[in-house]
Write a protein that binds this ligand. Structure first.
Ligand code: HEC
Length: 139
């Protein structure tokens, strides 16, 4: 009788220990995953110890969209200009969007002529990434 209750006690303790260890492990992992500060727009912060890779800069993508003249031919809603409106373009996927910018003649949008300049093939990779990220926000 005594032996048996000892066994029960030991198992209970073992289970409790597992819970405590699991709780501790979570406690040390979570803060890094959830409290990473989001950099404020426009503030360049080189050399921070942020462990997460800094993603594309959507604000830069937006300023490139107007600065490079994309907005002269493309609306950000679904309206037609010289080129098609770009709302909802995210559904086509990153690769398609990239190619549409760097090699616009490769796959023409139905109903449109090959009027988009080919010069965007010379864009910096990071600017291209930012542009694609910005275009994907259009709905
Ligand atoms: C001189 C006008 C013009 C300029 C400037 C221009 N485009 Fe275009 N673009 C077009 C036309 C016309 C099409 C449709 C024909 C085609 O597929 O190339 C098009 C197609 C596209 C498509 C594919 C759209 C779809 O629905 O599949 C994307 C994405 C795009 N352009 C992005 C851009 C970006 C980003 C810029 C600026 C870096 C830009 N365009 C500048 C005229 C232009």
């Amino acid at each position: 009788m005594l032996k048996r209750s000892n066994l029960v006690l030991i198992s209970v303790l073992a289970v409790l220990t597992l819970f405590v260890v699991a709780a501790c492990a979570e406690g040390t992992e979570n803060p890094f995953g959830t409290t990473t500060p989001v950099p404020t727009e426009g503030s360049s912060n080189p050399g921070t110890s942020n462990p997460e890779p800094s993603g594309p800069d959507i604000a830069n993508g937006e300023s490139k969209f107007t600065g490079l003249g994309c907005s002269g031919c493309h609306k950000t809603d679904s309206g037609k200009l010289v080129g098609p409106g770009l709302a909802g373009i995210a559904a086509r996927g990153d690769e398609y969007i990239r190619l549409s910018i760097t090699d616009p003649g490769a796959e023409l949008v139905e109903g449109y002529a090959n009027l988009m300049p080919t010069s965007f093939a010379n864009l910096k990779q990071s600017d291209l990434d930012d542009l694609v990220a910005y275009l994907k926000t259009l709905n």
